[in-house]
Write a protein that binds this ligand. Structure first.
Ligand code: 26M
Length: 822
């Protein structure tokens, strides 16, 4: 082979070193003497990218030649995390690259640290999309992820004086080696204006949409390589750009500055990720983002079909389109528009295709998160879509009328248009009507959907409903993030577990093996010590690696109840103050997570945790038995360090509120035990690991509803529970706020008089359970046994299992292996 060829594909250590130095010179334009760590990171990233390319192109070529059926995963968010380490793992060259770097006097860990992750998501929903893309590639499932290339991802979080401060996330600042722009496949997206009816040359009734303006979507592609396979699928993210010719020639000739302003407005569409998680605000720009990426993606699918000479009538045979929540649900109307207006299909033909194409995943039951758009806004931005939605709705309501002739209230309940007050388009209803399949993300969640928010749709279309319990990728969240644990596992049961996570079961036979138990404990201890060093260096707080590391890392939300955790800390502190010699298990409470910038109560919870930490960490009476830290700027990168260091995973949402949770899975896979409610996937985790290996507390979802129905009065709990009263009073007294009694009053008032998330009702159960956790932790043998069994029994929660289920049940897609001749 030619020398150049070999440098870009070869995997042996000498070649890797040569290729790396070559990229340092020709891409970064640096000699080793003057190169920064970032230059070295970039050189290595390009070296890895070169090795992805032949697999990526071969994958694309194979899919094109075979005209493979393809999953299109539509998501407003993809929270990928850093690429470099994952690609080294998936290529199987992590150790060799580590050695190559060492031989060049560099430290791979340091280079991996350089990578700025694309934070193009808020939390669970975006991260789930990323895990699913990893599993689809690993399972050799043809797939395309479609989304938005936000210029600013999720904000960077800083903590000042205990408060969250947001800084913009300039993730593209130092260059991003993992994408390839494809301007030649740009597509136009129409916005605003009006519609006109006309009769075409063949005498057919048609509608023409005359937009107010047009925005271009420019695809930026990232290859996503699977684990130990040649499959590298594509993540295609759209960047908004002004349609030059449109603005400059047709309309604004003469008004140059006006035209540039238009350009700016167009490019705003992909400027920033909305930092809300589980709350929808009905902002115009957000609706523009949705139609933008959905229209680009559907047009792209049509282009792909045309390229493969597949007739459009077979759209639903070529593609299945999975909608990640309702954020892309406008796709139902957009596909209808493309098929009818642009490709001349009849209504019935277009509807037949549409309803065989889409599937919809619901991720939340919280009413404030259900998306609805004011009709007026819809009409202004998407006049043609509104007409189509009215038509879809009318035909749908005809079916409802036939199904429920005696129940006229069903019409208003199920209508895609909410007409109870100001009129809205209900996106979940549109998604349900337009999809062949509807799923929740954990068994309980799916049941609650069927009983609650989507009950009427379940009655009408029972066969569409389906549960798909979430999963996470063991490549990133075990092999990459916890190499020592992974090696210890592989030494015992071989390497197959990485692709077949059920094989972790084989670890059960080592649960009494003193050797394995010792190694398991040692690994956890060493990782805790490393985190302790990091915390000492970055926060100046000394923490004891022998203490119980009790971690809650997730978005800050009242329903997730970080403040319940805080109440336990205050309770422990009160016990120590009352009796300084009391025996308690030393604990380190760690928190991480971002609050939506406009969510005042969530920000106050962050302040509360920091305020408690400031007092507790310095109080000599505590004698280092408690430490409380809020770790700033929680991200995928940081999550990978946190999970392996945890002893206890806090999954304490009010039952019925957390659709699934996925952090719960990542902690447990890394040998943490869970303290949790019967909510989301916790239920299934507990079922798998065994109830004796899970710390359960609190009301069930049914009990929550029943208690609310009875009339819940949190104040009664406050008055009758002395420890609870003491904890609340301590906070209210200004003890943690330099005497300021007002600071936490809004939070305490809500708790005492509303307590929507029922912290007080669960308080005692939580305290008791936490005390019990503390006791069990003292019994090292028992604890170790429990953690090993947790790891051994987590097989179900691989995203590979989830993806296989999606494939079998509604995608109807099987693997397409990619052959590469060496
Ligand atoms: C909506 C409108 C405007 C701006 C933002 C949004 C929005 C963004 C993200 C709404 C919800 C968003 O995410 C919700 C989410 O992350 N849900 C979580 O999904 C996980 C994966 O299924 C589950 O594990 C979590 O339980 C669920 O909370």
């Amino acid at each position: 082979p030619v020398r150049v060829e070999d440098d870009r594909t070869g995997l042996n250590i000498e070649t890797l070193k040569r290729a790396f130095l070559d990229n340092l010179f020709y891409i970064q334009g640096k000699f080793p003497d003057i190169a920064t760590q970032n230059d070295y990171y970039m050189a290595l990233a390009y070296t890895v990218r070169d090795r992805l390319l032949k697999r990526w192109l071969k994958t694309a070529q194979t899919y094109t030649e075979q005209g493979s059926r393809t999953v299109c995963y539509l998501s407003a968010e993809f929270l990928l995390g850093p690429h470099l380490g994952k690609n080294l793992i998936n290529l199987g060259i992590y150790d060799d690259v580590q050695q190559a770097m060492e031989e060049l006097g560099l430290d791979l860990e340091t280079l991996l640290e350089q990578e700025e992750e694309p934070g193009l998501g808020n939390g669970g929903l975006g991260r789930l999309a990323a895990c699913y893309l990893d599993s689809m590639a690993t399972l050799e499932i043809p797939s395309i992820g479609y989304g938005i290339r936000y210029e600013y991802g999720i904000f960077e979080q800083d903590i000042r004086d205990g408060w969250q401060i947001e800084r913009s996330d300039k993730w593209l600042r130092s260059g991003y080696p993992w994408e390839v722009p494809r301007p030649e496949w740009s597509v136009p997206v129409k916005i605003g204006g009006h519609t006109e009816q006309y009769t075409d040359e063949r005498g057919r009734f048609r509608v023409r949409w005359v937009p107010h303006h047009v925005v271009m979507g420019v695809p930026h592609d990232t290859p996503l390589l699977g684990y130990q396979v040649n499959t590298a699928n594509t993540l295609r993210l759209w960047r908004a750009e002004a349609a030059e010719s449109f603005d400059f020639d047709a309309f604004n000739s003469g008004d140059y500055v006006g035209a540039v302003h238009e350009k700016m407005v167009s490019e705003n569409i992909s400027k920033v990720l909305y930092p809300n998680d589980n709350i929808s605000q009905g902002k115009e720009l957000r609706l523009l983002q949705q139609i933008f990426f959905v229209s680009c993606s559907l047009q792209d699918m049509i282009r792909i079909m045309e390229g493969q000479k597949i007739p459009l009538e077979k759209f639903h045979e070529k593609f299945v389109v999975q909608m990640n929540d309702t954020h892309p649900a406008i796709a139902v109307a957009e596909l209808m528009r493309l098929l009818i207006d642009d490709h001349c299909m009849t209504w019935d033909q277009a509807w037949g295709i549409t309803t065989r194409t889409f599937a919809y995943t619901n991720h939340t039951l919280l009413p404030e998160a259900l998306e609805r758009w004011p009709i007026a806004l819809f009409k202004k931005l998407l006049p043609r879509h509104l007409e189509l939605i009215y038509e879809i709705n009318q035909r749908f309501l005809d079916d409802v009328r036939i199904r429920y002739p005696e129940q006229p209230q069903m019409l208003s309940q199920m209508s895609i248009i909410d007409e109870s007050g100001e009129r809205y388009v209900r996106m979940a209803h549109l998604a349900c009507v337009g999809s062949m399949a509807i799923n929740g993300v954990a068994a309980l969640h799916t049941e609650l959907l069927k009983q609650g928010v989507l009950h009427d749709f379940y009655e009408m279309y029972p066969k569409k409903f389906n549960n798909k319990t979430n999963g996470v990728t063991p490549r990133r969240f075990m092999v990459l993030s916890n190499p020592r644990l992974s090696r210890a596992i592989t030494e015992r049961i071989g390497p197959n577990w990485v692709k077949h996570l059920d094989e972790l079961k084989k670890l059960e036979s080592y649960v009494d093996d003193p050797n394995f138990r010792q190694e398991f404990r040692q690994i956890k201890f060493d990782i805790k010590q490393e985190l302790a060093t990091y915390i000492q260096q970055n926060y100046g707080v000394a923490i004891n690696p022998n203490s119980l590391f009790d971690i809650q890392a997730k978005r800050i939300h009242e329903y997730k109840r970080q403040h319940l955790n805080a109440l336990y800390i205050v309770t422990l502190y009160n016990r120590i103050k009352a009796n300084p010699n009391i025996e308690i298990t030393p604990r380190t409470f760690l928190f991480g997570g971002k609050a939506a910038p406009g969510y005042y109560t969530a920000k106050l919870i962050i302040k509360l945790i920091n305020a408690i930490g400031d007092v507790v960490n310095r109080d000599p009476d505590v004698r280092d038995r408690l430490k409380v830290l809020f770790l700033k700027d929680y991200s995928v990168k940081f999550a990978q360090r946190i999970y392996p260091a945890a002893d206890l995973s806090e999954q304490i949402s009010t039952a019925g509120k957390e659709a699934s949770g996925t952090g719960n899975m990542k902690f447990a896979m890394n040998g943490a035990l869970t303290i949790g409610t019967l909510d989301g996937a916790n239920i299934e985790i507990r079922e798998e690991v065994g109830e004796e290996n899970f710390f359960l507390f609190g009301m069930t979802a049914d009990e929550v509803y029943a208690r609310k129905a009875q009339g819940y009065n949190p104040y009664d709990y406050y008055q009758s529970n002395s420890e609870l009263k003491l904890a609340i009073d301590r906070i209210a007294s200004g003890f943690f706020s330099h005497g300021d009694r007002k600071l936490f009053q809004p939070l305490l008032d809500t708790l005492m008089h509303r307590d929507d998330y029922m912290l007080f009702a669960d308080y005692q159960a939580y305290i008791d359970c936490q005390d019990y956790v503390g006791q069990v932790f003292q019994d090292v043998d028992r604890w170790t046994r429990m953690t090993i069994l947790n790891v051994a029994r987590m097989g179900k929660f691989s995203s590979d299992r989830a993806i296989r289920d999606y494939c079998e049940d509604f995608w109807k897609i099987s693997p397409v292996p990619i052959e590469i001749e060496e």
